[in-house]
Design a protein around this ligand. Structure first.
Ligand code: HQG
Length: 181
């Protein structure tokens, strides 16, 4: 698969595993899972044919490990980033002392006022390192990096989850726990 095709298929899967499964006749099971055979059939029925080996390439080869198979490889899900109602059955975890968030300068006034909010997703996404946050923020132009005092937030009783691909998820980050780099 070339890069262009990989990106196209990855976007198609993201769209339907996170946002609009019903648009291709799927419904997510508990945990956000979908049967692999069912997914491939639904994709094919909607004009996007993906072979089983291409799917494996998309899951295993993805730099951000956006998708995951279950332990036996018969089901697949997006690791995070959903807008549809789904319980990913994540386990609360103790975060590292600080976590990073990359955003656009235009969002800063609102973030300074009300902190980081989950917007259209289920959680605020935080990165374990500055470089990843910079890449996330760069999707919207020149990024601004915010450092979250995760330890203090955790001590204050806020629940953190670590998704299967190293992204930290939290309900919100009030402004007093944020510092601009
Ligand atoms: C901003 C991609 C105004 C927030 C990435 C961000 C990541 C506020 C945007 C993953 C705000 C939401 C998540 C507030 C937060 N006022 N703006 N109070 N609070 N924002 O895409 O973190 O390719 O939902 O800073 O790589 O950018 O999808 O979140 O700019 O890992 O796998 O509102 O999505 O991964 O944007 O990105 P998003 P995000 P995938």
């Amino acid at each position: 698969m070339d890069l262009k095709q990989n990106t196209r298929l990855s976007k198609f899967l993201s769209l339907h595993l996170r946002h609009t499964p019903e648009a291709i006749g799927l419904s997510l099971q508990e945990g956000g899972w979908v049967g692999v055979d069912e997914l491939l059939a639904a994709c094919a029925a909607h004009g996007v044919s993906i072979s089983r080996s291409q799917l494996t390439e998309l899951v295993v080869g993805n730099d951000k490990r956006r998708f995951a198979f279950d332990a036996v490889g018969t089901r697949i899900r997006a690791q995070q980033g959903h807008s549809v109602e789904v319980d990913l059955q994540l386990t609360p975890a103790v975060p590292p002392a600080v976590l990073y968030h990359g955003t656009a300068p235009a969002a800063l006034p609102a973030i300074r006022r009300e902190g980081l909010q989950k917007m259209n997703r289920h959680h605020v996404h935080l990165s374990p390192d500055e470089e990843t946050a910079r890449r996330v923020g760069a999707r919207r132009g020149k990024p601004v990096i915010l450092v979250t005092d995760a330890q203090a937030l955790h001590t204050a009783g806020v629940v953190f989850y670590e998704s299967g691909n190293g992204v930290w998820l939290v309900d919100q980050v009030p402004p007093q726990y944020l510092r601009e780099l």
